[in-house]
Design a protein around this ligand. Structure first.
Ligand code: AHR
Length: 507
């Protein structure tokens, strides 16, 4: 609703909730792409590398970021993935061409090393199978290698490779972006729907408890968007549990006002996919619901030229190494808010990606690891955005945008922890020049007090963290947020991401 005044308002009532936050909302993504793996998470010889070649400085940052799940090994890479090349003694692993990124893959880091990374960081693996150059049989072989306890050639091979216990990987992606013409083995919706259903059915013969993700569209702008989802789900509804969504945003032609409103598009995308899933559910007279795995999302400057010179077939080239500004971090925070606002149906999400490649963590080979500006909203949301998302209907002043018309200046969500009574508000002020006064009526929430109000904003909208200045952008405490007579009052700085934590005085 548009608002004539200058103050943004909403009401919080614990009786009105969207749904519980699935911890998998705070997932990320490691692809064999650029320097995500090599000199990212894995760099034997680095002073901080452990005996397995994993960089402990990076692992520490992953833990601090609060990543719950990790999608692997792609992305586009998975459509040419030969998993068997990546297991067993390192000296016997072949070097191959990676056609997706025109790079050379040494296979020095493979499945076992990935599982080691998961174990050391507490991340749940979310494995993708190759439905580009391969299909049902290979998916079954990989699943048997990973999850079967033993007594078969493939499960014993895993044991011989040092992993006696099965990996127990529960969540599996059935390929990647198969609607995209750039994808190796690209398919029509009919072809992919049938392959996804057949693969899923066979995988569930090995383990009916698996959770399977069918590929949705690679972007909502694809000409086949929504028809693709409907066709795929009509073919595979009973067999799959989630449909994937991918979305990347960037500032185009200096239109910052629209860029700051990117989450309007993301929320519309989510609601469109929910509607499509439920349309198929009605047509099939099905009872179960398909949930959404938003397994690639981020700010990504796809239109900018790569500042690093790269040749074809390099190993671990410097590609997609976006350096994020505080403005990007505010938009990024707003995308997180969009996911939380749909927590009833978005039950998994993967920030694409984790290290160096459009990532919250950057590294230099042999050097430092540091936090990008986008690190902070994610870490704060993962740490405090657990529990139940409350319904937030904002009544906010608006501002004009070219792409989305008039958009509320305030974008917000709130999460309550029913055990402690704590409430955390995440809020973005999209206004570039004006401070936004915020009033929250804490109806039904008794005796709360502000624990902290952290803000991410800067007088320089281009401020960013680099190897030379790794701590240029960091959150700081905002003052003046108070609760009086059941109303929280706060001031949101121009173009800012905010986390306001309230605690029950009785808690
Ligand atoms: O995350 C980078 C790439 O973006 C992924 O490999 C692909 O799935 C998407 O197009």
């Amino acid at each position: 609703m548009s608002h004539p005044g200058t103050t943004a308002r909403f009401t919080l009532d614990p009786a009105f909730a969207v749904g519980g936050v699935n911890p998998r909302l705070y997932g990320s993504f490691v692809e064999h792409l650029g320097r995500c793996v090599y000199t990212g998470v894995y760099e034997p010889g680095h002073p901080m590398a452990d005996a397995d070649g994993l960089r402990q400085d990076v692992l520490e940052l992953i833990r601090e970021l609060g990543v719950t799940t990790v999608r692997y090994p792609g992305g586009n890479f998975v459509s040419g993935y030969r998993w068997e090349d990546s297991v067993g003694p390192r000296e016997e692993r072949p070097t191959r061409l990676d056609l997706a990124w025109k790079s050379t893959e040494t296979n020095e880091f493979g499945l076992g090393e990935f599982m080691d990374l998961c174990a050391k960081t507490g991340m749940e693996p979310m494995m993708a199978v190759n439905l580009g150059t391969r299909g049902v049989e290979d998916a079954l072989r990989l699943l048997e290698y990973c999850n079967h306890p033993g007594g078969t050639e493939l499960s014993d091979r895993r044991g011989a490779h040092g992993a006696k216990e099965p990996y127990g990987i529960k969540m599996w992606c059935l390929g990647n972006e198969m609607d995209g013409t750039w994808q190796i083995g690209h398919k029509t919706a009919e072809e992919y729907g049938r392959l996804a259903a057949e693969t899923a059915r066979a995988m569930k013969l090995i383990d009916p408890e698996l959770e399977l993700v069918a590929c949705g569209s690679s972007a909502s702008s694809m000409p086949t968007f929504a028809a693709w989802e409907a066709t795929v789900l009509e073919a595979a509804y009973d067999e799959v549990d989630h449909i994937s969504l991918h979305a990347y945003y960037e500032e185009i032609d200096g239109d910052r006002a629209s860029f700051l409103a990117s989450a309007v598009d993301m929320e519309h995308f989510i609601e469109s996919v929910v509607a499509t899933c439920d349309h198929v559910r009605a047509r099939l007279k099905a009872t179960k619901r398909i949930n959404l795995s938003f397994d690639e999302w981020n700010v990504w400057y796809q239109q900018r030229p790569n500042p690093h010179p790269v040749e074809d077939w390099q190993q671990a080239p410097r590609i997609l190494e976006d350096v994020y500004t505080v403005t990007d971090a505010v938009v990024f925070g707003s995308l997180l808010i969009a996911l939380l606002r749909h927590a009833d149906r978005v039950t998994a999400a993967s920030l694409a990606q984790l290290v160096n490649v459009i990532a919250p963590i950057m590294t230099e080979p042999g050097g430092l690891a540091w936090r990008q500006a986008t690190f902070f909203p994610f870490a704060q949301a993962s740490a405090h955005g657990r529990g139940r998302v409350l319904r937030v209907e904002v009544d906010s002043p608006t501002y004009p945008t070219t792409r989305f018309g008039d958009v509320p200046l305030l974008h917000a969500t709130a999460v309550t922890d029913d055990e402690t009574g704590a409430v955390t508000v995440f809020a973005v002020n999209r206004g570039q020049d004006t401070t936004l006064p915020l009033e929250i009526d804490l109806r039904g929430i008794e005796a709360h007090t502000v624990v902290e109000h952290l803000v991410l904003a800067d007088t320089d909208p281009e401020a960013r963290n680099t190897a030379d200045q790794p701590n240029r952008v960091t959150p700081r405490a905002a003052t003046g947020s108070t609760v009086a007579e059941g109303v929280l009052r706060a001031e949101l700085e121009p173009m800012s991401w905010n986390m306001i934590r309230l605690t029950s005085q009785q808690g």
